[in-house]
Design a protein around this ligand. Structure first.
Ligand code: HAM
Length: 429
């Protein structure tokens, strides 16, 4: 029997994993400058946590969760997202007693049983942030968005577009949803089965439909912007002012309702090029009622986003291929810096000692485990993408020297150990 990774799940191999690390490192650095600290959350939680937070009628909860009975008959679920977990942790650890707003970030795998396609996997990765606390000032929404765009800039993701919307709060949204439901009832027979079902379960989700034949109908539906209460309208207007103040370009999109039930007021998404239909690289928004819904202190506010790391990487790779460019640095491509070719039993201990010294200086080194002819070693060094071959045979041993060969042009010299270090160090940094 031959094993394969299961459908929708994949391995991330070197050298691609180096790009993943760089992207994650950039997030850590950017988020730290905005006062965020990392929270490490569990991969599985009580099923009820997700059902309550995300909403029983959402696609995620109704169709996509990996849930199973644990041995004590409780139902647990591989996390489909991490906002619910973040809020659970905030409440569990009484983080409301911390000063100001609590700013958290996380990164790791999420699990949704969706139909796999380019940019859509059943195990995918997110880099997410949550800001929780007493304030719901729109300046916070704008700052969170600014931080997100700073991250995209830092990783070199080009051509992104920011879409924003306000979906109201518990005052105005239920009234709007009723109007929307009434309007949808009138055009029911022109809609496909999914949208027809959503008229009852979740009318807002009809706005998300991509079916071409439904588009002209949706365009004529009542729009939330015209039904916002005064407080929500003010909040949204101030958000737009705050974005403008930060020089952030955005597109208003009244159909941006997002697929998770906990959102209120601000919602946003960022798209990036090169991804086909799955082009959302980040989704987020405000979720002011969620802490209370999960049993936490009343009046706690929240806003956050999650970046789809797989899609960011895909878009970056796509852009690099189109530009015909290369990743910079040998290690970025998975190549090593030095291949240490040794020959003869007496040369071996000296080779081991040299490898240790070079690695302690941060230089990457590979060497054959068992004796190998120089020709074969040099050939392997080439195929590994090494920048230098260091040759250590009986002749070098006797002269207390090393032969170093620059593989790009074959330039070769004999150096003492200390000269070798001086020669290699500046070149491999
Ligand atoms: P979401 O929109 O469900 O939001 O997911 C955020 C991002 O995760 C998407 O924009 C996409 O880039 C990526 N993503 C989602 N599903 C998949 C998949 N099957 N394969 C690959 N990438 C995927 C949330 O998860 C919210 N928790 C975000 C949030 C945080 N809102 C407030 N705080």
């Amino acid at each position: 029997m031959k094993f394969q990774a299961i459908k929708g799940v994949r391995d991330i191999l070197p050298p691609e994993s180096a790009l993943w690390n760089r992207v994650e490192q950039a997030a850590r650095e950017v988020f730290a400058t905005y006062g965020y600290g990392e929270i490490r959350l569990p991969i599985f939680e009580a099923t009820e946590l997700f059902a309550r937070s995300i909403g029983a009628d959402t696609d995620v909860v109704a169709k996509e969760m990996y849930s199973f009975e644990d041995r004590d008959d409780t139902s647990v679920t591989l996390r489909p997202e991490a906002t619910a977990s973040g809020v659970r942790a905030y409440i569990e650890h009484g983080m409301q007693t911390r000063p100001g707003n609590v700013r958290l970030y996380y990164m790791g795998p999420m699990f949704r049983r969706e139909r796999p396609q380019k940019g859509r996997y059943r195990q995918f990765y997110q880099i997410g942030v949550e800001l929780l606390g007493p304030s719901d000032h729109p300046a916070l929404d704008a700052e969170v968005i600014e931080m997100l765009l700073t991250f995209f800039e830092r990783v070199g993701l080009k051509g992104t577009a920011l879409n924003i919307n306000s979906i109201g709060d518990k005052e105005c949204r239920p009234k709007y949803v009723e109007q929307l439901r009434d309007a949808l009832q009138k055009v029911r027979d022109k809609l496909g089965p999914d949208s027809q079902r959503r008229i009852e379960t979740n009318p807002l989700r009809v706005l998300d439909s991509k079916l071409p034949e439904e588009q002209p109908i949706i365009e004529k539906l009542p729009r939330i912007a015209e039904h916002l209460c005064d407080a929500c309208r003010d909040h949204y207007a101030e958000l737009k002012r705050q974005l403008a103040l930060r020089g952030i370009a955005y597109q208003e999109n009244w159909r941006l309702v997002r697929g998770l039930d906990y959102y209120m007021r601000t919602t946003f998404e960022v798209t990036a090029p090169g991804l086909g239909s799955q082009d959302a690289v980040c989704g987020g928004g405000r979720y002011d009622g969620l802490v209370e819904l999960l049993g936490g202190p009343a009046g706690t506010k929240g806003i956050g986003f999650a970046i789809g790391t797989d899609r960011v990487i895909l878009s970056l790779e796509q852009a690099r291929q189109t530009a015909g460019g290369q990743a910079s640095g040998a290690t970025a491509q998975g190549g090593i810096e030095v291949y240490l070719a040794w020959l003869g039993a007496a040369a071996y201990p000296a080779a081991v000692a040299l490898a240790q010294k070079l690695r302690r200086q941060g230089i990457s080194v590979e060497m054959p485990a068992a004796e190998m002819k120089f020709g074969k070693s040099l050939n392997l060094a080439d195929r590994l993408g090494a920048r230098y071959a260091v040759i250590l045979g009986e002749e070098e041993l006797a002269a207390k020297q090393f032969t170093v060969k620059r593989l790009a042009d074959g330039d070769q010299k004999k150096l003492s150990e200390s000269d070798l270090l001086t020669y290699l160090l500046p070149r491999t940094q």
